[in-house]
Design a protein around this ligand. Structure first.
Ligand code: NAG
Length: 286
């Protein structure tokens, strides 16, 4: 359905708690495909009152590889370059109060978030994620159940416990960092029928079907934690992006998700959204 394909940690958390955004309304999320575009764009849009247009920037995306026995967190060279350049590409966003997350998805090798065979295997992968977030001073992880190609390399099919094991292990390892869920794939099916407490371990979730408005159905997540809107900036008509923003506010949801913010000035589209969400235009200042 889509087009795609320590001390540091302390500083990052401290920066988060000093978020200066004065706007009221839903938080806004911007995924950036860092193979093509710079994550720093997320910090370049500012509302009239000085607030950030976007509250969460998501690095899209790290991968889940398979090494013959286990899921292994893998960064392609473009993702790795962003992480290695955190001082210039991540810390400035965090200094503005924007939370920076790492998206994780499959890589056609059979390993994914829905087929951990044991709780221990899920916990092992969660610890790899936790180590990476700490190493690079990131604010959380976004889980995306795409491109795993379950069954490849003799891997098992999805099961109904894997995603819950992973989320629980991440929550334990990550403390108050964000754990967010892109509501897609087998993990989406299993979460929607999961225990009533699963939502208490997630921070946010968003609709994943671009150019549509439908809140994820995940037990225990409140409206304030959900984005019914799924906006693919390059392809979702601006009129839809605006009407979904209006509906988000009218319906009392707390999150508005966009994918594929590009390089350069897209402020007429972004402004149309922020007018509907916050009653303020957005300006672009690279
Ligand atoms: C595969 O990755 C797991 C988890 O990191 C590790 O424990 C194991 O030694 C690795 N196996 C191989 C064959 O590299």
């Amino acid at each position: 359905m889509k087009l795609f394909t320590s001390p540091l940690a302390f500083v990052a958390v401290a920066a988060l708690s000093s978020t200066t955004s004065a706007k009221s309304g839903p938080i806004s999320v911007a995924y950036v495909e860092v193979n093509d575009n710079s994550i720093t764009n997320v910090g370049d849009y500012t509302l009239a009152d000085g607030s950030n247009a976007f509250d969460i920037a998501i690095i899209f995306a790290a991968n889940i590889n398979y090494n013959g026995s286990s899921a292994v967190l893998y960064n392609n060279p473009n993702v790795q370059a962003v992480l290695d350049d955190a001082d210039n590409q991540i810390r400035p966003l965090q200094a503005k109060g924007i939370k920076v997350l790492l998206s994780i998805l499959g890589n056609h090798q059979g390993a994914g978030i829905s087929n951990f065979a044991t709780q221990a295997a899920a916990a092992d992968f969660a610890s790899q994620v936790s180590d990476a977030l700490n190493q690079y001073g990131l604010d959380g992880v976004d889980l995306d159940d795409e491109y795993a190609d379950y069954g490849t390399n003799g891997t098992p099919q999805p099961n109904d416990q894997s995603i819950g094991w992973l989320i629980s292990a991440l929550r334990t390892d990550l403390g108050d960092k964000l754990v967010t869920f892109y509501n897609y794939g087998p993990a989406s099916d299993y979460l929607s029928s999961s225990s009533a407490s699963i939502g208490s371990q997630l921070s946010y979730s968003w609709n994943a079907n671009y150019d549509s408005y439908e809140a994820p159905n995940i037990p225990g997540l409140s409206k304030s934690q959900l984005s019914p809107a799924a906006i693919d900036i390059p392809t979702t008509p601006q009129s839809d992006a605006v009407s979904f923003a209006q509906e988000t506010v009218a319906d009392g949801y707390g999150v508005y998700m966009t994918y594929d913010l590009g390089n350069g000035d897209d402020s007429s589209y972004i402004s149309a959204i922020t007018q509907a969400l916050y009653g303020q235009a957005a300006t672009y200042t690279p």
